[in-house]
Design a protein around this ligand. Structure first.
Ligand SMILES: Cc1ncc(COP(=O)(O)O)c(C=O)c1O
Length: 405
């Protein structure tokens, strides 16, 4: 498929031309599309309004807090993976809920975490025993992550919390071994996170496994968090079934349902604008070296792995001219993917990757001394910077006490 202005990843360019809009921006740069972000947030709010569910932003996917004022108009709060994200959510979504889940909390951070988080989810009976009483005494809502041991994912074991021997969540056997009456009495809620970019059919299947294994627990808690991985804002996602699932669980057990999507909040609401630095040949292969790096600026391309959508380009062989697109670093595998174009690429051409707001700006790095790309916001057809970086940002991370040997 050739991505163009009719593709959901580039839908905004139906109204405005990216060439005109992005002309003059330094490359590489991220551009976050505030209008699409708001569209996503409205879809999530619709689900919340129709079902009574509470929906949180999973900050691990998207944490450009300059945009939080838009999201907090529609969402109930934020979800964090530890102290810093909890603090960010607390500071930048004032008055909203702050939930935190970590596979293991640190004793030297826990008191500070209690300042920011209102819902604290533990991964194991051991962590609940260690920190639960302090959380409870501080007036926090306490939860335990369970593992329903029912995988609905194929092919991405690193994103599958239900993979064999997973450390994420308490299995029924560990519950039976480790949960005393005292520990159970600390619990206000349970949490599970098992999905990744999935539809509500997989949620429905997962809920059957959760009910089969943990229905006695569902009957005694006040809330159930369905985690993230729900691709709610993707075109074609079955929202009606999601709403049925939420209503069924909340009515049957008298619980509040939470969802904490990351991707769905910022899906298709970002672009990575880059330019061609050189074209090299190796046998029949033509390779365009870009000023962006998969390894540094969109690491999920390599970790996931996946090939990101590129405006006006298709898969290899679809259009007349094939190119491999690659980054400028020393890593042989710094490859973005194989694409085809209707005309030959040349040095200086601007390329626009889509769906680049999620797991990018919060995951990037300066390997090879690659600069961090500036981050801009596109809103009402105008563009403004929210983060600029330079040599000092690179250097500070490598030594910042001033001490020299
Ligand atoms: C516990 C938890 N909640 C929420 C999320 C957000 O998932 P997604 O961005 O796929 O919606 C994740 C992602 O790994 C997660 O681990």
């Amino acid at each position: 498929m050739i991505y163009d202005k009719t593709s959901p990843q580039f839908a905004h360019f139906d109204e405005i031309s990216p060439e005109l809009l992005f002309k003059g921006l330094p490359t590489p740069c991220y551009v976050i599309d505030a209008d699409i972000l708001e569209k996503n947030a409205k879809i999530l709010k619709g689900v919340a309004d129709r079902t009574g569910a509470r929906i949180l932003l999973a900050q691990k996917a998207f944490s450009n807090f300059a945009l939080y004022p838009i999201l907090s108009r529609y969402l109930d709060g934020s979800e964090a993976s530890g102290l810093f994200e909890a603090r960010l959510g607390y500071e930048e979504m004032p008055g909203k809920e702050v939930h935190v889940f970590s596979a293991a909390y640190r004793g030297d951070q826990f008191d500070e975490l209690l300042k920011y988080a209102d819902h604290i989810v533990f991964n194991s009976p051991g962590q609940l025993a260690k920190f639960g009483p302090a959380a409870k005494a501080a007036g926090k809502s306490v939860g335990l992550r369970i593992n329903p041991e029912h995988s609905t994912q194929k092919g991405h074991a690193i994103y599958d919390p239900c993979a064999p021997s997973s450390r994420l969540g308490t299995t029924r056997a560990s519950w039976d071994d480790g949960m005393s009456d005292d520990l159970i009495s600390l619990l206000d809620g349970i949490h599970f996170h098992t999905l990744c970019e999935q539809d509500s059919e997989d949620l429905a299947e997962t809920l059957c496994a959760v009910e089969e294994k943990f229905s006695d627990v569902l009957k005694i808690v006040k809330w159930v968090n369905f985690g993230g991985g729900h691709h709610i804002t993707r075109k074609g996602y079955n929202i009606a079934l999601l709403e049925e699932c939420i209503k069924r669980i909340s009515e049957r057990y008298g619980v509040t349902v939470y969802l904490e999507p990351g991707e769905a909040c910022a899906l298709n609401s970002g672009y990575l604008v880059t330019q061609v630095l050189d074209i090299v040949k190796n046998g029949a292969a033509q390779i365009a070296i870009l000023d962006m790096s998969a390894a540094c600026h969109a690491p999920d391309i390599i970790e996931m792995p996946y090939t990101p959508p590129l405006l006006n380009a298709g898969e290899k062989g679809e259009a007349e001219y094939d190119y491999r697109l690659a980054g400028p670093t020393c890593l042989a595998g710094d490859i973005i993917g194989d694409y085809s174009f209707s005309s030959p690429l040349k040095e200086g051409d601007m390329l626009v990757f889509g769906d680049m707001a999620i797991y990018t700006t919060c995951k990037n790095n300066t390997f090879n001394g690659m600069p961090l790309p500036p981050i801009y916001v596109l809103s009402n057809s105008s563009i403004s910077p929210i983060a600029l970086f330079g040599y000092e940002d690179f250097k500070r991370r490598l030594g910042n006490t001033g001490h020299m040997i």
